[in-house]
Each structure stands twice: as structure tokens, then as C-alpha cells.
Design a protein around this ligand. Sequence first.
Ligand SMILES: C[S@@+](CC[C@H](N)C(=O)[O-])C[C@H]1O[C@@H](n2cnc3c(N)ncnc32)[C@H](O)[C@@H]1O
Length: 215
Amino acid sequence: MTLQAQQYWNAIGSKKDFEDPLFMDKLVPFLSKSPAIIEYGCGYGRIIQNLKDQGYENLVGYDFAEAMIERGHKLNSHLDLRLLDKPNTIPCANESKDAVIMSTVLCCMVEESLQQQIMSEIDRVLKPHGVLYLSDFLICDHDKYKEKYAQGQRKFGTHGVYTTTENLTVRHFTSQHILKLLSQFDVQWFEQIDFKTMNNNPALTFHAIARKIAT
Ligand SMILES: C[S@@+](CC[C@H](N)C(=O)[O-])C[C@H]1O[C@@H](n2cnc3c(N)ncnc32)[C@H](O)[C@@H]1O
């Protein structure tokens, strides 16, 4: 399904605006003085710009959609936004980053094997005690999702998976599933927040901060 998602984000998706918050007040206490920060699935660089506005300098965003990166370069030519050669991998050396941000990207990875792959990649590139800021969508009990989840369950066999009206298949998660994906990390903060999808539908989201466990 990576190809289907990549096609979506290169076409319809690259024209969307994203508004999901990044709670800077929660993240900043975990950052060292001049941290090397990357964002996986950076889109057009909204969060990287936000971090730059806070005074952070060592920032790189990666995304698998060329149209997103192009949009980012047009909007913010000073930002270091890079197209991934190989989706679901992070082209950074082992233990080279102080922080990784991944906001509303996991929902595009329907298969658990892909989710685990990207979590292992994040773990690999983080320095010992490095920080992951992860946010995404939780299964929402709003009526709007009942039929979508039921159809997704029938088609994909997983509760929380559904295909949007724009033909993008996405996944909403249980908090238990997210905590399982984070089991190789030391979770410092996890909060559920009512928000909305990029298509303005009601949504339940989570925000989490987790540290790499030093071995
Ligand atoms: C909802 S947007 C969020 C963009 C950005 N994180 C933000 O919050 O402004 C999701 C982004 O993740 C990217 N993406 C989705 N799946 C990906 C994958 N497997 N590898 C890399 N990027 C991915 C999409 O191209 C898109 O730019």
C-alpha cells in the first residue's frame, strides 16, 4: 500500500494544509542545547519551519512525496527538506540524531510490519536517550466512522482501517497498539486530544514523547 499512499500524497494530498499541533512546551524540555532534529514525513515543512522559528538550526525533513518536497522548497527555500530514495527507511547514521518528529504519518502505514520498520529506524538513528515526538490518530467513536470502520474491517480485516472518499486507505489506532509500537522506548508523556482530520472531520488524536532506551 506504500505506492498507493505515495501516489495520493504526490497528487491530491500535496495540496492540503496541515494543522495538527506540535506541543512545543512539552518537547523543548527534552531537547539539548543545539539538537540535531529530523522530521520523518515532513510534508511541506510546516513543523520544521515551526522549529526554526523557535531558534533551532540543525533541522532536516524527509518525505516520500516529491510534490510535497517541491511545495516545501517553493514556500520555504531556506529549509532542508529532502526526498527519500527509499520509503520507510531513514538515510541517517546510527545514533546520530537528538530528536525525531513523526506527526500524522503512521496513519498512512496500514500494515503493522511497516509501522514496526519505521519505529526500528527511528530507534536506530536516535542517540542514546534521544527523543521521539509522535502524534497520530486514535480510533474515534464518532458516528461518522462507524460505517467506514465496518467497511474497512470487512475489506482489510483490521478495526480502524478505512478508505477515505479521496481513495486513501488510512489507519486509526488503539492507544494499546501505539504503546506496543513504543515498547522499545521509554514513554515520557502520552495524551489524547480531540482534533480533526485534514478534511475537517472530527478526530481523536494522541501526542506522545518517548526516549530511546540506552543499552
Ligand atoms: C498528513 S501529512 C503531515 C505532514 C507533516 N508531518 C505535518 O504535520 O505538517 C503526512 C505526510 O507524510 C508523508 N508520508 C506518508 N507516508 C510516508 C512514508 N511511508 N514515508 C515517508 N513519508 C510518508 C506524506 O507524503 C505527507 O507529506
